[in-house]
Design a protein. Structure first.
Length: 167
């Protein structure tokens, strides 16, 4: 399988699996454990590192590596969209309601007034839909992929082959 495709699939599937771990354990309902969701960033960085090492063997230059990493992120992002929709619409249809309860609890613990809590909750409802959540995941995956690839490609890229002069 081509390195770009295999790395993109690996990143997307592993991020989806981690999201479902968060769901099945109920960690997304706990204000402290909810932070573990961001393990997906480490998964993406690891997947990009693995994938870019493989594409470097093809002799890709810096720009070629950034493009390869971006393509890996696009592939992963499509999987993230699908898995996010499956997560929020099928597996955990009460996800947004439960997140709202966590947000209320967190804001109350911070000493916010009832009016401030309601205002914050109302502002968050705009993006609390399955498609908005899925697109947010795609955009996050894509932006992370571009930025991380730009940094990793500084060190991980094909080296030009120097040939000995023919005599």
């Amino acid at each position: 399988m081509h390195p770009i495709l295999s790395a993109g699939l690996a990143i997307g599937v592993l991020c989806a699996m981690w999201t479902f771990v968060m769901g099945f354990t109920g960690w997304y309902k706990d204000p402290v454990m909810l932070r573990l969701f961001f393990v997906v960033i480490a998964i993406e960085i690891g997947g990009l590192f693995w994938g870019l090492r493989r594409t470097a063997q093809e002799g890709r230059t810096y720009g070629g590596q950034v493009v390869a990493g971006t393509l890996m992120a696009v592939i992963a992002g499509v999987i993230v969209i699908c898995s996010s929709l499956l997560f929020t619409m099928v597996a955990f249809p009460e996800y947004f309601t439960e997140l709202e309860a966590v947000q209320r609890q967190t804001l109350a613990a911070q000493g916010k007034s009832a009016a401030e809590i309601e205002q914050s909750i109302a502002a968050g409802r705009v993006s609390a839909t399955p498609m908005a959540n899925a697109m947010g995941g795609f955009i996050g995956t894509l932006v992370t992929g571009i930025l991380v690839s730009a940094v990793l490609a500084i060190w991980i890229r094909g080296r030009p082959v120097t040939r000995a002069p023919v005599m």
